[in-house]
Design a protein around this ligand. Sequence first.
Ligand code: ZN
Ligand code: ZN
Ligand code: ZN
Length: 362
Amino acid sequence: MSRFATRILAAQGEMSAAGIDALCLSVGSDLPYLTGYRAMELERMTMFVLHAEGDGTIVVPTLEAPRIDAEGIPISVMAWEEDEDPITIVDRLLGDATNVMMGDETWARFLIDLQRVGRGRLFVKASGLMANLRMVKAPDEIALLRDAAATVDGVVEQISELRFSGFTERELARDITERTLAGGHDTMDFWIVASGPNGASPHHEPGDRVIQHGDAVVVDFGGHQGGYASDTTRMFVVAEPPDGFDVAFDVLLAAQRAAVDHVRPGVTAESVDAVARSIIADGGYGDLFVHRTGHGIGLDGHEHPYLIAGNDMILREGMAFSIEPGIYTPGHWGMRIEDIVAVTSDGVERLNTAPRLYRTVA
Ligand code: ZN
Ligand code: ZN
Ligand code: ZN
């Protein structure tokens, strides 16, 4: 059985157990997870309709139907012509389904139209079901995440040899993008180069600031390779670290290492966050760690599970997520170290293996 057929059966099993009659998926990564097909984000509606039993149907604009490869997957393709109304088609396919799960990223206008025609039908978010399935990766998925991580690790090594001072953040970001694509990524999704005081803004957009002697530089970037995402952060220091940086960096390094070492099946997501946070707080920087410790990663760059206080989800073998504590001193510098890790049968595997000490560059 193909991996997609297996996943569709697993989804149907969970639907039956939860009393869900049908599942509808459109744009986003849930549909390619189940079928291998990613819908174009267009005004023309694509909707996959799957009942708790039987084959699924992808309702798709005629001009996109050739992109679907249904070989070995229990789905049929229903192409709609330009003069047809896909809402009517989906409504008919849903039939007497009452409890329907709708993919979270579906455009609101499609859902609103379906609600208008589907008298008495109850729509709920599909994320509960889909996140459960997608969170636990199969070995082939972990292998793809490992490959994507190896590419960005290679770029980290390459840029460690570069001169930073005298170039703008934007120039360095462009260079990183080119190297990541040359290294095997299909897409580049984001690139943060945050120098000096800009580093204190965790999601800083690279700009025209010229990198200077004495800057700490946060470099955080990622993209997609073979369908799976990468995401890593490493620190660079131009010639010499700014005041207070080294002491804080030792604390951050210890926090990141302890959080990774804490990961194993059976511990909660929030306990990983707590480990990193307590070390940073003990170091005196508790107020300066302003975000959660990590996010899941897979087909999407950010997905479940989230490592944050309040998430008591139990970690299981096959889950993959970032561990990325940071310390940010507004007006001065910021620092973050980020690795993707995978939960193994008895512990953890770091998928990013580039050294975590900051690199001194010219
Ligand atoms: Zn982030
Ligand atoms: Zn990142
Ligand atoms: Zn991240």
